[in-house]
Design a binder for this molecule. Structure first.
Ligand SMILES: [Zn+2]
Length: 264
């Protein structure tokens, strides 16, 4: 039974493993179709908008929309783009599959100008265009399949051995697969995001300035907010972005420049 299961599983993997991320060309294993992912994104977006409170700050709303409408066309994705600002102190922003983007007022409060919005917008949009959500869901499915396969393989073993194996499986999965995977996604979103902002005519050096603001803010925080913990503003991150600057500055130089409005 186990053999049959693996044959079917390998066949499914071969069928769907031919996706590649935009720009970086990294091969991806995604178990759900882009259409399914877009449907998930649209549902989650309408729920989040219903539960959240929309901002009334006209400066923020206009700025986010202006930046979004400049970045969307350079991604080459034909999404039904939507941009919104939510009334909350959270230092957060997100983009759901299919180009549904939200910024919280809290993150706009610490930004200086629209180019810094472009830095975060580019990064978040990159998570969506590179289908990181779909990859993460697929990883969850694979982890579950792995755990079922493990259960089947271990069914005749002593319960103590079974327990020990499962105790080892979860941290191994977390430290060996899920965490490096998240870091790889973050790095990829930084790289693609810088290219998007440069193509849209926003100076990529503003991304470094934004992460430096975040770094300063994070220094005296004991427990970082959600976005900070998934997007740690470490010196390493800033250094990696700086390394990408020469390449993306070339793109920026030949792009039609956006007008940079200040936010406060
Ligand atoms: Zn990210």
């Amino acid at each position: 039974m186990l053999r049959k299961f693996f044959i079917v599983f390998s066949f499914v993997c071969i069928l769907i493993s031919c996706t590649t991320a935009p720009i970086t060309g990294r091969s991806q294993l995604i178990l759900l179709s882009e259409y399914q992912e877009l449907r998930l994104g649209a549902t989650a977006y309408s729920q989040a908008i219903k539960e959240g409170k929309k901002s009334t700050n006209k400066v923020y709303i206009d700025a986010v929309e202006r930046v979004g409408l400049r970045i969307a066309p350079v991604t080459g994705k034909n999404y039904q783009w939507e941009f919104t600002v939510l009334d909350s102190d959270l230092i957060n922003a997100w983009c759901l599959p299919g180009g549904k983007i939200a910024f919280y007022e809290g993150i706009l409060d610490i930004m200086e100008n629209e180019a810094q919005i472009a830095a975060v917008m580019g990064h978040e949009i990159a998570h969506a265009t590179a289908r990181h959500g779909g990859e993460r869901i697929s990883l969850g499915i694979l982890a579950q399949i792995g755990s079922v396969a493990l259960q089947i393989a271990m069914r005749d073993k002593d319960p103590a051995v079974q327990y020990a194996v499962f105790q080892a499986y979860i941290p191994t999965l977390l430290v060996g697969v899920i965490l490096p995977f998240s870091r790889a996604h973050e790095h990829e979103a930084d790289e693609i995001g810088l290219i998007y902002m440069a193509r849209a005519g926003y100076n990529p050096e503003e991304a470094v300035k934004f992460w430096e603001i975040m770094y300063e803010k994070n220094k005296d925080k004991k427990r970082p907010p959600a976005w900070l913990s998934t997007h740690p503003p470490t010196q390493k991150r800033i250094d990696e972005i700086k390394k990408l600057l020469p390449e993306v500055m070339e793109i920026y130089k030949s792009a039609e420049k956006a007008s940079i409005k200040t936010l406060h």
